[in-house]
Design a binder for this molecule. Structure first.
Ligand SMILES: N[C@H](CCC[C@H](N)C(=O)O)C(=O)O
Length: 282
């Protein structure tokens, strides 16, 4: 199976051209686990298929490294937009991608005639427990919800950006949070019927945050696009930061704008690292 290896701020993906490779009938969960394994496979946070679509320019299917399928992935969206253009699958610099979270619209950003990044219309955030989803009354919001892990209670804000997020703002430096210990316990807490991505954030100023993430189905990643959007939205919602902010992640920076029409825009890098052929035996 031919593939191309990309990353968006260090969140890395194996991208497969579903127009060329035989995807139908493939055990996607098994393929995701094998291809994403950093010893027995290529190594990645996710396996992403680009496929035909009846409702959009292309369909983007995202398989986490644990084999689960995600509704949406922000960093992969930027990589797919650039991949499509540079592989000649489209001559459009702005495309619509069909995802399980609905249509997503990335647009290439050019500087001096070269692609310098990608800006994505990530759609509107959802705050009701029934939409995140979180347990409790479906119409209720989820702000300052307590979750206790190993005797310590964290207070988080639930936000859906196509996928579920639980954003926890801390005063202490989030680089000290033991993500592999705390992350999975919150990810799988009974509060979250479809589990959740977990973000720990510091507010450095009204326009600058730091965030680290434990991703649902992928573990610690160096960046999470939807999680970064959720973090700025949660920060603005709770009065901690402005609606436009730069976010420092372990793998790089993303810029988020929660526009007045409620749509969230994310701008950041997309980098192709290598191409190869995977001998898929499943
Ligand atoms: N693991 C996530 C999907 C990938 C999200 C992240 N990589 C992004 O850039 O948005 C989930 O299961 O919701």
């Amino acid at each position: 199976m031919q593939f191309s290896k990309w990353h968006g701020a260090g969140n890395d993906f194996v991208i497969v051209n579903g127009f060329k490779e035989k995807v139908a009938g493939l055990d996607l969960a098994a393929a995701g686990r094998l291809v994403c394994d950093r010893h027995f496979g290529v190594g990645a946070d996710g396996l992403v298929f680009v496929l035909p679509s009846d409702s959009a320019d292309f369909r983007m299917q995202i398989i986490n490294s644990d084999g689960s399928e995600a509704e949406m992935c922000g960093n992969a969206t930027r990589c797919v937009a650039r991949y499509l253009y540079e592989q000649g699958l489209t001559d459009k610099t702005k495309v619509t991608l069909e995802t399980l979270a609905g249509p997503i619209r990335p647009e290439l950003v050019f500087t001096d005639g070269k692609v310098s990044g990608v800006r994505v219309d990530m759609g509107k955030p959802r705050f009701k427990r029934g939409e995140i989803p979180m347990s409790g009354p479906a119409e209720d919001g989820a702000v300052n919800v307590p979750v206790t892990v190993d005797g310590r209670t964290y207070y988080g804000i639930g936000v859906n950006m196509g996928n579920p997020h639980f954003v926890i703002f801390l005063d202490e430096d989030v680089r000290k949070v033991e993500l592999p210990v705390t992350g999975p316990k919150i990810e799988t807490d009974a509060l979250f019927p479809r589990k959740t991505n977990v973000e720990f954030a510091n507010v450095l100023s009204r326009g600058e945050l730091r965030m680290r993430v434990w991703e649902r189905g992928a573990g610690v990643t160096l960046a999470c696009g939807t999680g970064t959007c959720a973090t700025v939205v949660a920060g603005a919602l709770s009065g901690r930061c402005d609606r436009t902010a730069q976010v420092h992640l372990d793998g790089g920076d993303l810029t988020i704008e929660w526009a007045e029409d409620d749509r969230v825009f994310m701008t950041g890098p997309a980098v192709e690292v290598f191409r190869g052929e995977f001998l898929l035996r499943i």
